[in-house]
Design a protein around this ligand. Structure first.
Ligand code: SAH
Length: 262
């Protein structure tokens, strides 16, 4: 199977190293959830260790696999026959957890790299249902997600993901442990949902962060021109700063200040 089967269009880079697969799965904490959704299980290397957990402990009771490639779906149903009905043939980006009444689950995956940002935005869309995510991304993206203010890599993904999740860069994975060999290194990260609720409008926050970082070298006074129709625009804090100088909490504060003047 490994030798002839892979599709570039679905971003298929299969992990070969079982120790790494096991290590990734073991980062799931099962704190406050007992259901796991795996995105892009491929040939099932992570799945195998997920199912082992499932047999060993009571903590992991439900596993769902979401895979876009029909051929892989057939393969997975063959090798994991007792999970047939948990193997879902779908594009994760179009999958709504409410369809199968899932309201509290972790997400795990060696994610398709080309759509990593979209996967993260999908997770953020359903963050109220997702307390934890353990994911492998292209290393550079993993670094961006976990970056802090003031760093070059700090950007839209860092702020939006860190608004809802405590993030941690776990470890780097070398190219040679995949088939075919990708051009980039990978990084595994963990997202643990924060307890605090945000006090500003989610859509407004997304809009502010995107606008601010789209012109990251400009002072917010200029990049946020779009909002200058609001009352007392000049009273908004941080206008003399640049997007990369604002912490996550400061972005929340900024959004709130814009909202109350609308
Ligand atoms: N988890 C496996 C495969 C990783 S490669 C391993 O570690 O070896 C990425 C996987 O995501 C492939 O199986 C690919 O078919 C699948 N995939 C790509 N786009 C997807 C999408 N939009 N929704 C669900 N799965 C997708």
């Amino acid at each position: 199977m490994h030798k002839f089967y892979f599709k570039k269009k679905f971003d298929q880079y299969f992990l070969k190293d079982h120790n790494i697969a096991k290590k990734i799965v073991n980062y799931l904490s099962f704190e406050g959830y007992n259901t796991v959704v795996e995105v892009g299980p491929g040939l099932g290397i992570l799945t195998k260790y997920l199912l082992k957990l499932n047999n060993k402990t009571d903590s992991c009771n439900h596993i769902f696999l979401i895979e876009i490639d029909e051929k892989l779906i057939c393969f997975l149903r063959k090798i994991f026959p007792s999970y047939r009905d948990k193997i879902i043939h779908r594009d994760f980006l179009k999958w709504n957890p409410e369809e199968i009444h899932l309201q509290n689950f972790a997400v795990i995956g060696n994610f398709p790299y080309k759509i990593s940002s979209q996967i993260l935005f999908h997770i953020l869309k359903y963050n109220q249902y997702i307390p934890e995510c353990i994911g492998m991304f292209q290393k550079e993206v993993a670094k961006r997600i976990t970056s802090r203010k003031g760093k070059k890599t700090y950007g839209i993904l860092s702020v939006l993901v860190q608004t809802f999740y405590n993030v941690k860069y776990l470890f780097t994975v070398k190219k040679k442990v995949f088939f075919p060999t990708p051009n980039v290194q990978s990084g595994v990260i963990s997202l643990k949902r924060k307890n605090e609720m945000i006090h500003c409008n989610k859509n407004m926050l997304f809009q502010c962060v995107k606008i601010a970082f789209n012109q990251r070298r400009k002072k917010l006074r200029n990049s946020l021109q779009l909002f200058n129709y609001i009352q007392n625009f000049h009273e908004i804090p941080f206008l003399n700063k640049r997007a990369e100088e604002l912490s996550v909490n400061e972005f929340l504060q900024l959004t709130k200040e814009i909202e109350i003047r609308k």
